[in-house]
Design a protein around this ligand. Structure first.
Ligand code: ZN
Length: 242
């Protein structure tokens, strides 16, 4: 079983009718739906307004992959919760950051980025997502490219460490390009960033995007029991061979 937790700040849907119309059950509801009905995946949803931002240690300890959607309120996630997420990723939990989660505290802690350094505009542009890593598990079943009919435009320069694996590059009809599907490993954990998913468009209902999320969850899930380091992370040890 892969135990997935979906974190959503859940602010746009409550405050803007336009967003609520697209996501009446919240963006987390749509992401959970994208993972619903898959026999070896279980999904829990949490929102930022819950105690401890919805992410107490026990839930993180029972999470194999954490999916993060946030945009307006990154600073309302406590530093303690952000560090807790970082530590769990280093111990082996997968982390899937969607759209504006590039500016979230856990993403910055894990990758050492300022947030956000990139270009953007809201202009109803088409995004063509190109697979630049054929055979990568996150690109499985998606072909050479696919189109998101309307999304917020993101453009380079995107200040991220060079991805360990670059899966997607997107072209936007306004002319910009963007590294839109990026993989990193940090400690024992795997991190995937996917650009698609501005809150005013029904992107998380789109078949190809749901497939990206499903594939990313499988890729990011720990392949062995997560490592939980004790306090002695840097311990002196006897030789293995005598
Ligand atoms: Zn956006």
């Amino acid at each position: 079983m892969i135990r997935v937790t979906v974190f959503n700040e859940y602010v746009h849907e409550r405050n803007e009718a336009k967003v609520r119309e697209v996501y009446p059950n919240g963006i987390h509801g749509a992401i959970a739906q994208a993972l619903g009905g898959i026999e070896d995946i279980t999904v829990k949803c949490v929102t930022m307004d819950m105690p401890e931002n919805g992410l107490p240690q026990q839930l993180l300890d029972e999470t194999d992959v954490l999916i993060w959607w946030a945009h307006l309120a990154h600073n309302q996630v406590s530093d303690e919760v952000a560090r807790r997420v970082q530590r769990r990723v280093l111990d082996g939990m997968g982390f899937v950051a969607l759209h504006s989660a590039h500016a979230s505290k856990p993403f910055s802690l894990l990758l050492g980025t300022r947030s956000p350094v990139l270009r953007w505009r809201e202009n109803d542009e088409q995004q063509r997502v190109w697979c630049v890593s054929p055979g990568h598990p996150i690109a499985a079943g998606l072909g050479e490219s696919f189109v998101i009919p309307k999304d917020e435009t993101y453009g380079e320069y995107f200040e991220i460490p060079t991805p360990d694996e670059l899966v997607f590059i997107s072209w936007f009809s306004g002319g910009n390009v963007f590294r839109s599907g990026c993989c990193w490993k940090r400690g024992a954990g795997k991190i995937f960033y996917f650009q698609g998913g501005h809150e005013t468009y029904p992107i998380y209902y789109q078949t190809e995007v749901k497939r990206v999320i499903q594939n990313a969850v499988r890729w990011a899930a720990p392949t062995y029991p997560a490592i939980v380091f004790n306090e002695a992370r840097c311990e002196q040890i006897p030789p293995v061979e005598q």
